[in-house]
Design a protein around this ligand. Structure first.
Ligand SMILES: NC(=O)c1ccc[n+]([C@@H]2O[C@H](COP(=O)([O-])OP(=O)(O)OC[C@H]3O[C@@H](n4cnc5c(N)ncnc54)[C@H](O)[C@@H]3O)[C@@H](O)[C@H]2O)c1
Length: 345
């Protein structure tokens, strides 16, 4: 992977977010020339600022809902590779703001792909969607890439729509275009609202019990570096043979790492000192799927991509990240150390 990325011009949307910040650091380490495009960081604190990316990386503050801004940025960057991560990514926020969620996640994708269509330098595009794009059947098996799109809530459905948009642009304009569906991503530096790991860490810091919803809901948990390595592998393959790889890909964890929410809370609490335990939030909650797993047979057989860290290693990496940060180590260095360790594992 290392040599391939050196000097490649990459256009990365969502670079100010949790996954985008990790990916920016990894690409910087690989020697790529990255131009980011995003709104300001969605949280405060943010990994983007803590890791100093606000000062070190080239990026354009812009809105994917604005087609002219997207086109101008892509034209200026003249990228060879486009990685699309910008999104409104939260299920609960999507119930509060369905219009904004669809505008960003669906029309944002349309605007970006239309800009790509007018930019011949582009040789590979990866649109990042989610495991939630599938029509959930509440069954215990993992979803495969050829199963129907759906989505109960506005977020999940907007990502199903983004997948359909991807498929239409690929077929209509013969673009070198793939989509990537990851699981529930965890890692140091996530400060989002209403996400399990940040909620647990915030409760720990405050010396309080964490409130959890849906304790028995099963999700495919994975460290953030897992799907990112999948996106990089996929982009590289697309770049060298677009017709063979322009399709949808799942990048989930191994089946044994699809665990209930309650298991994660208990395990993480057992790894840190001072946990006050947890309680179940009994308030009425918006609908969320019970079972959700991804089948990764296709990525493993055709991209030779497989998960490298299991769930326990992912949780330990989070604990390490948090305690090194608490001891005052530079966040950028903590991330780069973890990237290096992941890449060599
Ligand atoms: N975190 C997860 O568990 C998870 C799981 C599966 C898929 N995903 C997908 O991965 C991607 C990144 O997720 P994340 O967790 O890093 O989210 P995040 O909220 O941390 O980051 C989102 C990024 O998108 C940008 N953004 C939002 N609206 C924008 C707009 N209108 N115009 C331009 N930029 C905009 C933000 O500024 C930020 O850079 C998203 O597409 C998300 O749906 C995330």
């Amino acid at each position: 992977m290392t040599d391939f990325w050196r000097g490649k011009r990459v256009f990365l949307t969502g670079n100010t977010g949790f996954k985008g910040s990790w990916l920016s650091l990894w690409l910087e380490q690989l020697g790529a020339e990255v131009t980011g495009f995003a709104l300001p960081p969605p949280t405060d604190p943010s990994l983007f600022v803590l890791a100093g990316l606000d000062k070190s990386m080239a990026w354009i503050e812009g809105d994917v809902r604005d087609p002219a801004a997207v086109l101008a940025a892509v034209k200026k960057a003249q990228p060879e590779i486009v990685l699309h991560l910008a999104a409104q990514p939260l299920v609960r926020e999507s119930y509060l703001d369905p219009i904004g969620t669809y505008a960003t996640n669906v029309m944002g994708t349309v605007h970006l792909l239309d800009a790509v269509r007018h930019t011949p330098s582009v040789r590979a595009v990866v649109n990042v969607t989610t495991d939630k794009c599938y029509e959930n059947q509440e069954w215990p098996w993992g979803y495969r890439e050829n199963e129907p799109m759906g989505g109960y809530d506005p977020y999940s459905n907007s990502k199903g729509c983004s997948e359909l948009v991807t498929s239409a642009f690929r077929r209509s304009y013969s673009l070198p275009l793939a989509s990537a569906r990851a699981g529930n991503v965890i890692g140091g530096g996530d400060f989002a609202k209403d996400r399990l790991i940040p909620d647990i860490l915030r409760a720990l810091e405050a010396g309080e019990k964490v409130k959890i919803r849906s304790p028995h809901a099963i999700r495919p948990w994975q460290h953030v570096l897992e799907p990112l390595s999948g996106y990089l592998t996929l982009a590289q393959q697309l770049y060298s043979d677009a017709p063979a790889f322009s399709e949808a890909w799942n990048f989930g964890p191994r089946d044994s790492d699809a665990k209930p929410v309650e298991w994660i809370v208990q395990r993480l609490n057992s790894l840190v000192e001072g946990s006050q335990g947890y309680e179940i939030d009994t308030n009425p909650q918006p609908h969320e799927a019970h079972y959700l797993k991804l089948d990764i047979s296709k990525a493993s057989s055709r991209l030779h991509w497989t998960p490298r860290w299991d769930l326990d290693q992912a949780l330990q990496a989070i604990v390490e990240w948090s305690s090194r940060r608490a001891q005052g180590e530079p966040v950028r260095q903590i991330c780069l150390d973890q990237v290096k360790r992941y890449a060599s594992s």
